[in-house]
Design a protein around this ligand. Structure first.
Ligand code: CMC
Length: 431
């Protein structure tokens, strides 16, 4: 955190406060308000944290106006094209791209933790078959703290490292098991000779009666989806993980909290909601009706997969995702896919509409991902679990960064209280 040599002056009542300012390596300066209450007796008010930096971080940078996303400085389009998910995991966790030997060692550490404790199979069986796989994942990931006691001491760097590797390694196994359980098929054990994405596809689509031949183009597309979702700085689920861990909770409990937050349709649940919306629209001629609904203040409907708190330009992940959708549908010979036609036309119409232009609403990462996952054979309920498994590395990287931050304090926002003031209790017979 560099001192910006600037000071913000805040005056109110008869007070004048001088607040220090800091400059990031890139992005807007921040005003340090930590002493505001102690010195001025006031709080700031920022519901939804639209103007609040909650931490300093070196992991991910987003320029929402340019539509730029950098991980440790590297742009997402280059990572999506030239790198692969586990290398990006290494970059997020340790700060630099690995050497060949470092990458090999990391991949082998992840690969050797892909199985889950056998007892956890019973745990799955306690859920109803029709449970949403996100519900199962929140439960099972939270339950990891009951199975891996030797990596829950957050003050021990070695245990933190083991917990990180375990979470990245086991998340595909858990997501695939949640899927298999929901369709009544037997669990498929991981295979360590396969790469991360191929192994996940096989655990989802193989059955004991017939193995699943992993198509390298599909596994590359899967890997790219993971890469595009790996981290996104202080979004709602990451902030949830940070807030949960600020109390000293163990990493498995904190990641379960992140999964729960991701589930909502305004966040990770938008990929499921978006494909369901595209299917509901069904044909291109019905698009105007939905655009009109999205613009109607009295209708709560929103175009899913559109808009973003930070991006006021194209989400760079959506650009890569769109290209990937074309490649995958082409490979699978799914020509004239009606959902893709609706998506492309909807995007075109929305981008030319003054409402969307004025509010800077562009397609986000969730707009095209569902089309690819659907073409691969995933049901919509699996879209958000796939987001969760890919985002796990982001949550963990942010958690690891936070644990060693000397400024770490329990997260404890204040409020603008608008309720009753002091009043005495009235006995029931006198009310
Ligand atoms: N369709 C129609 N209008 C919209 C949309 C949309 N998708 N998104 C925002 N608006 C309007 C909104 O009504 C508001 O209008 P007004 O200023 O007249 O009240 C204005 O744009 C600003 O919206 P906001 O709700 O104040 O913006 P926000 O930053 O709080 O919300 C968002 C961001 C992503 C929650 C929102 O754009 C949204 O609900 N989008 C649809 C859900 C979605 O696709 N979510 C995935 C986000 S990317 C992946 C991830 O984060 O997991």
């Amino acid at each position: 955190m560099a001192d910006s040599n600037k000071t913000a002056i805040l005056s109110f009542d008869d007070k004048e406060l001088r607040l220090p300012m800091y400059s990031p390596t890139v992005g807007p300066d921040v005003i340090d308000i930590r002493k505001l209450y102690a010195q001025g007796g006031v709080f700031t008010y920022d519901p939804g944290f639209t103007s609040t930096a909650s931490c300093d971080s070196t992991i991910t940078y987003i320029d929402g106006d340019k539509g730029e996303l950098l991980h440790r400085g590297y742009p997402i389009d280059q990572l999506a094209e030239k790198s692969h998910y586990l290398e990006v995991c290494y970059l997020l966790l340790y700060g630099e791209l690995p050497s060949g030997a470092e990458l090999e060692d990391f991949e082998s550490r992840v690969t050797n933790h892909t199985m889950i404790h056998e007892q956890m199979h019973m745990f799955f069986r306690g859920f109803r078959r029709d449970a949403h796989p996100m519900a199962t994942m929140v439960g099972v990931v939270g339950a990891m703290s009951a199975f891996y006691h030797d990596s829950t001491d957050i003050s021990d760097p070695w245990q933190r490292e083991v917990a990180s590797i375990r979470l990245i390694a086991k998340m595909p196994t858990i997501a695939a098991m949640a899927y298999k359980y929901s369709i009544g098929q037997p669990f498929v054990y991981p295979r360590n000779d396969l790469d991360y994405a191929s192994n996940f596809l096989r655990m989802c689509f193989s059955v004991p009666a017939e193995d699943y031949e992993v198509n390298p183009i599909l596994s590359r597309a899967m890997d790219r989806i993971f890469t595009l979702h790996a981290d996104h700085e202080q979004n709602a689920s990451t902030s949830t993980v940070r807030l949960a861990s600020s109390s000293g909770a163990n990493p498995f409990a904190c990641i379960a909290a992140g999964i729960a937050c991701l589930w909502g349709p305004a966040h990770g649940g938008a990929n499921q909601a978006c494909l369901e919306m595209l299917r509901e629209i069904g044909t291109v001629d019905r698009i105007p009706e939905y655009i009109a609904r999205a613009k109607d203040k009295d209708d709560p409907f929103r175009l899913m997969g559109f808009g973003h708190r930070v991006y006021k330009n194209f989400d760079p992940r959506a650009k890569v995702m769109k290209q990937s959708a074309d490649e995958v549908l082409d490979l699978l010979g799914i020509e004239n896919n009606p959902t893709l036609q609706v998506a492309k036309q909807l995007e075109k119409i929305a981008l030319e509409d003054p409402y969307f232009i004025e509010k800077k609403l562009y397609p986000n990462v969730d707009f095209y991902s569902g089309i690819i996952l659907d073409a691969m054979g995933f049901p919509t309920a699996m879209f958000t679990p796939i987001f969760a498994l890919a985002r796990t590395v982001g949550w963990i990287s942010q958690w690891k960064e936070m644990i060693v931050d000397p400024q770490l304090k329990i997260g404890r926002p204040r409020q603008l209280y608008m309720g009753e003031t002091y009043r005495d209790y009235v006995n029931v017979e006198d009310r």
